[in-house]
Write a protein that binds this ligand. Sequence first.
Ligand SMILES: [Zn+2]
Ligand SMILES: [Zn+2]
Length: 412
Amino acid sequence: MLTKAPRGTKDILPDEVYKWRYVENIIHDVCALFGYGQIRVPVFEHTELFERGVGDTTDIVQKEMYTFIDKGGRSITLRPEGTSGVVRAYIENNLYAAAAPSKLYYIMSCYRYEKPQAGRLREFNQFGIELFGTKLPQSDAEVIALATQFMQKLGLKDAELYINSVGCGECRPDYNKKLIEYFEQYKDKLCQTCLTRLEKNPMRIIDCKNKTCKKIGEGAPMLIDEQCDSCKSHFNDVQRFLGLANVKFGIDPTIVRGLDYYTTTVFEIKYNGVVICGGGRYNSLVEQVGGPPTPGVGFGLGLERLIIVLNENNLFPKMADAVTIYIAPIGEGANNKAFELIQQLRSDGINAQSDLMGRSLKAQMKYADKIGAKFVLVIGDDEISAGEGNLKDMQTGIEKAVKLKDLSDKMK
Ligand SMILES: [Zn+2]
Ligand SMILES: [Zn+2]
């Protein structure tokens, strides 16, 4: 028990962490280009925030949250997604009073009690952005353009973008009525979850993974055909701006996204048929969580799945050689000198390593090779009294005499 991590969690070891940092650096770069500022919010929030923010008819809230009562008797939940906490922070810190729009991005761990599978852990990491304070269609297009530029920077040239509109408070109630009428004909065939959805949120039936439900859903009326004039013109404008930004897209009327809060634009980016990024507009969410009426648009993206895709397509650069020089001492005096030298080299910004294990010279050479040292310098009493040693290039095998006091300059 003690030496086994809980199901659905994963250690990320140094030889993989560099890939995470590579992706994170691209996130920071792209977000900076678009003028987004990073926000960091707590790992846990009051349970009610997610019930209101994510929606209490969703699978997330109904089945998947890590909720507990803390020692003060409060119901606390580990964040199952990023948006709710960011919305709460936006309200609490009066960001709506600052110059609009607010452009925020986050990289955070999230927690859901799900059946673990490839790319889907109980503790997982998300990158997301939120743009608050504007309803204009170019803001939807900007958020989508950021997502696609991110994919391109990673080298995912075959990523496909699909958009849809899920309507607004004006047109959705009428549409929901039509949907209910349609699905009621198939009441005896729908899965148990969809029967609840039929009462609370019929649009989610279109999204059901169950084969029978999916088949029935294909024949359902689509909102894209039923939306009101303002939704229609918004959707058209978003497409126009995407065109101006040179972003290629398709329209997929079956995209509804798993969350209740979306209004008008929703979108997904797929790679080889798998959704790797999803988002949309949420014009009532801020108000729902207790803030002033504020439109918003954003997306979230699971980093575990993204990293799997990047691995499969060999899109990571090689890990940079970390160790520049290994100094192998022979004898007590040399040991002291080697320790002194590596500290000097390190203060000059050079990665230098030496023996911390009391190894024989032969074992040290083996170790230097294993850690990928570019150069090795062997020093004994002779080298110290001469103030000079032989620097070996590990790749070519060529040795060159080097003065110990010039070592830093040589390495640079
Ligand atoms: Zn509408
Ligand atoms: Zn179903």
